[in-house]
Design a protein around this ligand. Sequence first.
Ligand code: CMP
Length: 159
Amino acid sequence: MKTEERTFVAIKPDGVKRGMIGKILERFENKGFKIVAMKLLQVTPDLAAKHYEEHQGKPFYNRLVHYITSGPIVAMVVEGYEAIESVRHIVGATNPQKADVGTIRADFAQVMEYNIIHASDSPESAQREINLYFKPEEIYDNWQSMLEMITFDEERFQG
Ligand code: CMP
């Protein structure tokens, strides 16, 4: 049985400034994922340090913090079956030059430092990042998406 998961996704400042919000969201909606939380926000240096604490000390860390704080991001919580791995497939490899054609990073970005989107890489980071950006009351999943209605009937769905 496949597990329903939540993952954290952020359209980075380059994606917002280039007017790519709609095109990126469309990919997740086309897949049938349920967007259960979403907001436009300015990442502060403090929030950036918390989000990217695992990269502190790396050569690219200061540039990464500068990039993620350089304009608003669109943060969201995406829900669906095996969502963490599945969203990362749609997002593509960290380096857009190596990302598979058809993924967001391959199609919309050229270099690792401006890779347009972030997605959690494990259940632990998904939980941590969701908690960092959203209060529990900002997550709305008390509704059924069309795909849930027609496909994932709990009585019949075997995963
Ligand atoms: P993201 O998925 O947000 O996770 C960490 C980010 O750091 C990554 O996307 C890139 O934006 C950036 N990053 C990771 N590795 C490098 C690197 N070697 N050089 C520059 N930026 C990097």
